[in-house]
Design a protein around this ligand. Structure first.
Ligand SMILES: [Zn+2]
Length: 349
């Protein structure tokens, strides 16, 4: 079953699970002290056909506000990553809960649509920037891929790591093909990535180089955000490669340099990091430590516990997107989904 259909099932069954009070069973063990949320883009609802797997990167401004209201009603503390260690120490034995909002990559809409909503509610948030985006070098291929798949009924191509030969006549087949190609691309060697992407997309009439820097924040825009105390700027590597595919030297460079570039260009201290695609090994954890980051976040779907103070470089995050209804959120917050997804492991790191 594709990720998308799993998510739809989750959404369908959540009201039922919620109403039978299943979250009350997991709450005392799996709810933890709070959540770090992961978002990517805040955009008004787009019309037309979309690859749904992809929609998991998006949420509308109105929906984001409903998420704020949810946590306000729960009386959660809206904090930032700098405050997290002290907050956990102070609230170890209190009933208080926290929530932290984070964004990955550095999309333009984070300034255009997300920032005004956070500002209105005076809620802090972090944006982890991949520096090739403001540098204007990044190829945000996942959006070009969505366009391509929606347009073509048949996709046949051989990447160096594997081939695809798919008929995409139905929407379901398009979803499957998107997931398959996305997986192949994340397996490509970073040294040939740009060339392989250019070759693949040119076969279907796209010049990926023309799409560079579209959708991404510029350095000036990031500087505007960085000046506001409610915004924390974090690092998300130089090139958004899957770090596990890199040599030791390349991986360290991607992590360490991304901190230096952000600090130099914005004249700020950068203390927080997130792993691209959520992929890392113990090697990357060491590199993040060596680079003097204070925290690093993953995409493991779990809540944060006091014990995470011992694991600051593998802090889990809950995904928030178009499909996050209040019922779904509730089942995350009270630990039901984290328990199931992590095979009943409690402190995920
Ligand atoms: Zn990312």
């Amino acid at each position: 079953m594709g990720q998308y259909y799993q998510k739809i099932l989750t959404q369908r069954f959540s009201p039922l699970l919620n109403s039978c009070g299943i979250g009350n069973l997991t709450k005392s063990i799996y709810a933890g002290k709070g959540q770090i949320l992961i978002l990517h883009r805040v955009v008004p609802k787009m019309s037309g056909e979309r690859i749904h797997n992809h929609l998991s990167l998006e949420i509308s401004p109105e929906h984001l506000e409903r998420i704020f209201v949810y946590f306000e009603r729960k009386n959660s503390d809206f904090i930032d990553l700098d405050t997290l260690p002290t907050w956990l120490e102070t609230n170890r034995r209190t009933k208080k809960k926290f929530v932290i909002f984070t964004f990955d990559d550095g999309y333009k809409d984070n300034l255009q649509f997300a920032y005004p909503v956070f500002k209105k509610h005076n809620i802090p948030f972090t944006i982890y920037i991949t520096s090739s985006i403001p540098d204007g070098r990044a190829i945000i291929w996942w959006y070009i891929l969505e366009d391509l798949i929606l347009k073509y009924d048949r996709i046949q191509y051989s990447f160096s790591v594997g081939s695809i030969n798919a008929k995409c006549l139905t929407h379901r087949a398009k979803e499957r093909t998107f997931t398959h190609i996305r997986k192949l691309i994340t397996m490509l060697n970073s040294m040939n990535l740009e060339k392989e992407l250019a070759d693949f997309f040119s076969r279907f009439g796209y010049n990926v180089l023309d799409h560079r820097a579209e959708m991404g924040l510029t350095w000036d825009e990031i500087a505007v955000l960085a000046k506001d105390p409610i915004v924390t700027i974090g690092a998300h590597t130089l090139n958004h490669y899957n770090l596990r595919n890199l040599t030791e030297k390349q991986s360290l460079y991607e992590i360490m340099e991304s901190k230096k570039i952000l600090e130099k260009n914005l004249n700020i201290k950068v203390n927080h990091f997130s792993y691209p695609f959520g992929k890392y090994t113990s090697r990357e954890i060491d590199f993040v430590k060596q680079s003097n980051f204070l925290t690093a976040t993953t995409t493991e779907n779990a809540n944060v516990f006091y014990k995470h103070l011992n694991h600051p470089y593998t802090l889990p995050r809950i995904t928030i997107n178009t499909l996050t209804s209040e019922d779904v959120l509730n089942l995350h917050v009270n630990g039901f989904y984290p328990a199931i997804l992590n095979k009943f492991r409690r402190v995920v790191h």
